[in-house]
Design a protein around this ligand. Structure first.
Ligand SMILES: [Zn+2]
Length: 285
């Protein structure tokens, strides 16, 4: 116990040292920045949907006693949705995907954004400036943020990719979410990620902000065919408020880029969840 406290203190001290160091190197960040970025993280979006405020003293991990198999029992029952019947991610079995000729293409109205990157202790989150949206099956959603998981959370016929990016969108009226999942495979260097590799926030609470603009479309594949199904957030509180759009075509990142993300985030994927009769659909081929 004493050792654990000492370890925690050491980590805290180190994080504070590293954080102050990072802030010195970059633009000063204010409480407003932290507030905005926190408002867009998945846990807060799930809580806000239920008109509740997030519990600051609840923690989860990807292994051990706070690992995924226990999420539903943690946080005094606040995360009970993690034991629900429509959870994400899932394994997508391509042989049983339904063809649905009523599905529309993803219609993107994305624009550029300045750079804001936050390490929330579970993922590296890029906050996207207001004004970008996508029409997903005739509903307009605002793009709020995107973040990463190593390895991928969804699997295709059991295959796990080295990384998956989640573009989190919100319907401004219903507050329901739509998340576009993009797989990364190892290959050539990703030019957009290359801009940020030296500034990825390494420790929980680290933040990087720069006026440099980039365009999310430059990270996306040229074909946007997708699998879609109804599911949940893949982190507590696992709220079942997400329509998923998992892109068929992966994008590429270099071995070193994938390695760097994994070094910072470690393995932060939730195991696949049972379908429980849900249908996964795709547009006609
Ligand atoms: Zn995610």
């Amino acid at each position: 116990m004493k050792l654990k406290t000492f370890k925690t203190l050491t980590i805290l001290t180190l994080s504070i040292a590293v954080t102050s160091c990072n802030i010195d190197q970059n633009e000063q960040i204010g409480d407003q920045d932290i507030k905005r970025v926190s408002e867009n993280d998945e846990m807060t979006l799930g809580y806000k949907f239920k008109n509740r405020s997030p519990s600051s003293d609840c923690n989860f991990e990807y292994e051990g006693f706070q690992g995924p198999e226990f999420w539903g029992d943690l946080c005094n029952g606040d995360w009970v949705d993690c034991n629900g019947n429509s959870q994400s991610p899932i394994d997508i079995v391509t042989g049983v995907v339904h063809e649905n000729d009523n599905l529309n293409n993803i219609n993107m109205n994305y624009t550029t954004s300045a750079t804001e990157i936050f390490n929330n202790g579970h993922t590296i989150q890029f906050d996207y400036e207001a004004g970008s949206s996508a029409s997903l099956n005739n509903i307009d959603y605002n793009l709020l943020q995107f973040h990463f998981h190593t390895g991928s959370e969804h699997t295709i016929d059991g295959k796990r990719y080295p990384m998956e990016m989640h573009l989190v969108h919100q319907d401004p009226v219903t507050k329901l979410l739509a998340v576009i999942g993009v797989f990364f495979k190892e290959g050539k260097e990703n030019e957009v990620l290359a801009q940020f590799m030296n500034n990825l926030p390494q420790q929980k609470g680290d933040y990087y902000k720069n006026t440099e603009e980039y365009h999310i479309v430059d990270i996306l594949p040229n074909e946007m065919e997708f699998y879609t199904y109804n599911g949940s957030l893949t982190t507590p509180a696992c709220s079942e408020i997400v329509t998923w759009y998992v892109l068929k075509k992966p994008v590429q990142a270099s071995h070193n880029q994938l390695k760097r993300f994994k070094e910072i985030m470690h393995e932060n994927y939730r195991p696949t969840q049972p379908l429980n009769g849900r249908i996964v659909s795709k547009a006609d081929d």
